[in-house]
Design a protein around this ligand. Structure first.
Ligand code: ADP
Ligand code: MG
Length: 367
């Protein structure tokens, strides 16, 4: 693998031995750049706002210091993320550490699943609570979350969490937490207006911007101009010419259903994920895509943030996203951890203006 790891060693971070050993067992030999930059200040207790490329290892950059604090200082962390799937992914990462070193107890607090088992998890006094804002608020209303213990707050995909859709909920949650706490915000993108909002939640934060060129994901970006009526045919051709796994991003839930059915009818092994599917269906779709049982995942932007599936070869923007940052997150599902990837956008005449405004350096191809 060609992930730009630093020469630094996890041992230099003054971490508890259990954590260093667990990292070794999990085959993490050296920290990535963002891990090297974030772990020391986070261990010192600083607030941090960190921006670094998709697939550069941000999860461990905040998890390692949190796990260290839990083992040495009885900390309790709350990790907020925008989607249930990302919450589950972070939860599973935490569980791996716990299985190896009994480092922490964690609770997964997401919508689409019954409340009571979550209440039981919360009663067990977890050291890490990982969740999505809506369900966390439900529990705050019921007073089932041990708020006074929380002294480490992570907001992953922070720019998404502070946009118009999520900000009121995030503000509500923060207003329930103790003032004395460490707050850390991570994302691959931070528009300036959101950065300003972010600062209101932080106390003398350290800003880390890791935009080195050599760290940039190696994603070959292309686009193809297409008449809207031929998009489906073009997609089939594209997917037939590709042997690896692909995520196809679509604008609406309804269109996701239709496109997935069309592809299944044509013989593709396809799964789909969008907000109108049940939590079981959503989890199964990710599971069968991860295991390779389905080669194609048709998705709305629900799958654009944070999802880490090993070696996705191709991202197709069947419809363009709303803005350049959303595009960066979508294509960032490939080219992760130093691997190479491809992204192709289908552009109709109506989308041409939007595409130009996004200003991507992308080669035009014909098919
Ligand atoms: P980001 O949040 O920056 O998009 P992730 O935290 O999801 O990235 O990590 C991307 C991939 O890189 C994951 O599969 C993760 O296991 C792997 N990874 C993270 N840190 C390291 C490391 N130090 N060494 C090797 N692989 C790593
Ligand atoms: Mg991430």
């Amino acid at each position: 693998m060609d992930l730009t790891l630093t020469n630094n060693s996890f041992q230099n971070f003054n971490l508890p031995i259990k954590i260093v050993e667990s990292l070794k067992k999990l085959k993490y030999t050296n920290p990535t750049q963002i891990q090297s930059q974030s772990i020391p200040p986070l261990m010192e207790g600083k607030d941090v706002l960190a921006k670094s490329h998709t697939g550069s290892g941000k999860t461990l950059a905040f998890l390692i210091p949190l796990l260290a604090k839990i083992s040495t200082q009885k900390s309790t962390g709350l990790i907020l993320v925008p989607t249930r799937e990302l919450a589950l992914q972070v939860f599973e990462q935490v569980k791996k550490f716990d299985q190896l070193g009994h480092i922490c107890k964690s609770a997964l607090i997401i919508g689409g699943t019954p409340m009571y088992p979550q209440v039981k998890q919360l009663w067990a006094r977890p050291n890490i609570i990982i969740g999505t804002p809506g369900r966390i608020i439900d529990h705050l209303d019921k007073k089932t979350i041990p708020v006074s213990a929380i002294n480490f707050l992570v907001i992953d995909e922070a720019d998404r969490m502070m946009d118009m859709g999520f900000l009121p909920q995030v503000k509500d949650i923060i207003s329930c937490l103790p003032k004395e706490k460490q707050t850390v915000l991570f994302s691959a993108t931070f528009p300036p207006d959101i950065k300003k909002i972010a600062h209101t939640f932080l106390n003398e934060p350290l800003l880390i911007e890791n935009q080195e060129k050599r760290e940039k994901p190696k994603i070959k970006e292309t686009h193809v101009e297409v008449n809207p009526n031929f998009k489906g045919d073009m997609l089939q051709k594209l997917l037939q010419s590709e042997s690896g796994t692909a995520i196809v991003f679509v604008k609406t839930k309804h269109k996701t259903e239709r496109l997935a059915h069309m592809l299944a009818k044509k013989g593709f092994k396809v799964g789909q994920i969008h907000g109108n599917r049940s939590q079981n269906q959503r989890q199964n779709a990710i599971k069968s895509f991860t295991s390779g049982e389905s080669r194609i995942l048709v998705a709305t932007d629900i799958a654009a943030r944070g999802i880490d599936v090993f070696n996705v070869s191709l991202i197709v923007n069947f419809d363009l996203p709303h803005c350049s940052d959303d595009y960066i997150h979508r294509i960032g599902r490939t080219g992760r951890a130093g691997l190479e990837g491809k992204a192709i956008s289908l552009i109709t005449p109506e989308e041409r203006g939007l595409w130009q405004r996004m200003g991507r350096v992308s080669k035009s191809i014909s098919f």
